[in-house]
Ligand binder design. Structure first.
Ligand code: ATP
Length: 655
């Protein structure tokens, strides 16, 4: 029956056909292709651009609108001192190795991963073959096994490789070098040995202005633009935290050897949130709304034990048990999950992996990556880190500009403490230039030392202080007195902590396409992209069955009504069969099609087709449009639509 939803994938994922589809329909393609292209640079074509725009539109709604975030658009070109202060100049680097004969450059951790995974895959192949040949005699078995080029590994090597892969991100450069030597890891393209790992900074350098005096960098993330504008943003938010800033924009990283299509590129669009929170109160006021969201978590301890087994746990439980460090971090992890699933990521192939201690930036307190499984393995698509107060503190220290929150206290804090009071006249006359030195020494003294000095002055009339350069100076009661004073503090000043969800849109777009690609049993050559209406580049295809002029007013009417409802449609009045027109649009992920035939002209009826089931319904044009609007907006689904409109099993009369 046409209207019953079909199981999506009748075939295993076919990467060759998938890539051919993306290329043929120009979702994206290598940039500068006619000049030979440059690795890691891609241009998006019409469907890719629309898909990205729709993902961004939903991202804005889901994060910015929903949580009243402050959106900014800061510059890409950044003067060098900013990245010197942030630590990027010293540390934004990956480890690379060189092929000792050809000089080819490879990223060290990717090399180890690729080689060990290939060896494990080979091992599985041989073991599988041996199991299959169980019943055959030994001679035949040996012969068949000898035919494969794959190698079976000793059991302990399998365990060791798996343990290495489970914590690959935890290794330092020298440790990766040790692994290459110990396991004879070579360049797989040439079988040559590789050099010791060296650090390579991923930022593209530039210079600002004609003289070259102002070195700059293309930003590798959008975050610094948020931090440098913090005091303005805080003022915009009436001086209160928590609040978040958000930014969508381009970032640039000179990746060592980008080989995984859109997953590792040198120029990409990021969407980043910096949520500023009181370090003493990281609760989130909307946490209860996400408390019951269940996630697949892969925590630090599990990885360190050499396993990659996730566990299902609610965000509420994860935060209460301390697996996720605080409510705000938990809130964002859950919101990231909801966003990814809403746009069409398969939740069974989505996990959150906690950073291991060496992997995490030294200042971060906790960090979780949303990793999505695809044909390249598990790929980080969103990072979510608690960056503590690091960024605001370093920029504030460097520039002298306070990047702090000043909060009026409800109850002023009253404290008493001993303070040194100087008679400046006597001090100046007696000690000259050392007067300032003495005052600085006293400013550093703690309460117990001040008490000792108070007693000394009361008993003997004098005390001795030692200057930083080791001289002992005698001060009398005429120059100094120590008194207990009361202080009232009505303002609390603090540097907020920052929770940062950071999205790479190209990676999300690519895995989304993979997760939604399949082929129909009867037409394996052509693919279908089951993109949710929310993000599909075109929502409705209008298919007139005849090129006759009498169809024109109806086409105009339907497209104008859809346009007015904010629904993006396209007319396909090409000369091919209706089946081909639908198939072409299945490849583009267009979820619905409406067909105008002669009955439409006579009786104002229109058929409605759903992409995944190929089911068709029929109804009055306005009724179909009304159902369509609900379908596209997600307020109804196809099963409900089937209750509202009768099924159409007829064959349309083609002119
Ligand atoms: N070279 C790249 N190409 C495409 N997207 C990227 C690239 N580097 C980072 N991203 C995206 O930006 C997000 C945030 O960047 P982040 O600095 O956390 O990545 P990363 O840890 O450096 O990634 P990786 O370890 O894969 O290099 C990532 O989750 C990813 O989606």
């Amino acid at each position: 029956m046409a209207n019953i939803p079909v199981k999506k994938s009748a075939h295993p994922f076919d990467k060759t056909r998938f890539e051919a589809l993306l290329n043929r329909r120009f979702f994206y393609a290598p940039a500068f292709e006619i000049y030979g292209g440059v690795a890691g640079l891609y241009d998006y074509g019409p469907p890719g651009s629309s898909l990205q725009a729709n993902i961004i539109a939903e991202w804005r709604k889901h994060f910015i609108v929903e949580d009243h975030m402050l959106e900014i658009d800061s510059t890409i070109m950044t003067p060098a001192p900013v990245f010197e202060t942030s630590g990027h100049v010293a540390r934004f680097a990956d480890w690379m190795v060189k092929d000792t004969k050809t000089g080819d450059v490879l990223r060290a951790d990717h090399l180890v991963k690729g080689v060990l995974e290939a060896r494990l895959a080979g091992d599985r192949e041989v073991r599988g073959l041996v199991a299959q040949l169980q019943k055959e005699d030994e001679k035949k078995k040996k012969k068949k096994v000898a035919k494969t080029t794959a190698v079976q590994l000793p059991d302990d090597a399998v365990d060791e490789y798996e343990a290495i892969l489970a914590q690959l991100d935890n290794y330092s450069g020298p440790e990766l070098g040790d692994l290459c030597r110990k396991h004879d890891i070579r360049n797989p393209d040439t079988d040559n040995q590789v050099s010791e790992p060296q650090q390579f900074n991923l930022m593209f350098t530039s210079s600002i202005g004609p003289t070259g005096q102002h070195p700059g960098y293309l930003r590798p993330e959008t975050a610094q633009g948020h931090f440098l504008n913090f005091s303005r943003l805080l003022e915009f938010n009436n001086g209160r935290v928590p609040f978040a800033s958000a930014q969508i924009g381009r970032s640039f990283r000179n990746e060592i050897s980008p080989r995984a299509g859109l997953l590792r590129v040198r120029e990409f669009t990021m969407a980043e949130i910096e949520h500023y929170v009181d370090p003493e109160d990281k609760r989130h006021e909307r946490f209860d709304e996400v408390r019951d969201v269940v996630l697949d978590l892969l925590d630090r301890d599990v990885q360190t034990s050499g396993s990659t087994k996730t566990r299902k746990i609610s965000v509420g439980e994860a935060v209460t048990s301390g697996v996720i460090a605080n409510q705000t971090l938990g809130y964002f992890v859950a919101r990231i999950y909801q966003f990814l699933v809403k746009i069409g990521i398969d939740p069974s192939r989505l996990r959150f992996r906690q950073h291991m201690s060496n992997e995490m930036a030294h200042y971060a307190t906790d960090c979780w990556d949303a990793e999505i499984q695809n044909s390249y393995g598990w790929t980080e698509c969103v990072g979510c880190a608690d960056r503590a107060a690091y960024d605001l503190t370093v920029h504030s220290n460097k520039t002298g500009h306070p990047l702090v929150v000043r909060q009026a206290l409800k109850e002023p804090i009253v404290t008493e403490r001993l303070v040194a009071e100087f008679n400046k006249k006597v001090l100046g006359k007696t000690f000259g230039k050392d007067a300032g030195v003495i005052q600085n020494v006293f400013a550093e003294l703690d309460e117990s030392r001040l008490l000792e000095i108070q007693i000394e002055l009361a008993n003997g009339g004098s005390t001795i202080v030692t200057t930083p350069d080791g001289r002992d100076l005698t001060l009398t009661r005429e120059a100094i007195t120590i008194e207990r004073k009361t202080f009232k503090q009505s303002i609390r000043e603090f540097t907020p902590n920052v929770i940062e969800p950071s999205f790479g849109l190209g990676r999300i777009l690519y895995v989304l396409l993979e997760h939604n690609f399949w082929a129909r049993e009867q037409d394996i050559e052509r693919g279908v992209l089951s993109l949710p209406p929310l993000v599909a580049p075109t929502k409705v295809l209008i298919v007139p069955l005849s090129a006759k002029e009498e169809f024109d007013p109806l086409i105009q009417e339907v497209s104008s009504k859809l346009r007015k409802a904010g629904i993006f449609s396209r007319v396909d009045d090409s000369n091919t069969s209706i089946g081909k027109r639908y198939a072409r649009n299945d490849e583009l992920g267009t979820p619905f099609g409406v067909t105008l035939d002669f009955a439409s002209v006579q009786n104002r009826t229109m058929t409605l087709r759903e992409r995944d089931t190929t089911g068709q319904l029929i109804g009055d044009i306005d009724q179909v449009i009304s159902v369509l609007i609900d379908l596209v907006n997600g307020t109804t689904d196809w099963a409900d639509a089937c209750k509202l409109l009768p099924a159409y099993d007829g064959i349309q009369a083609v002119d």
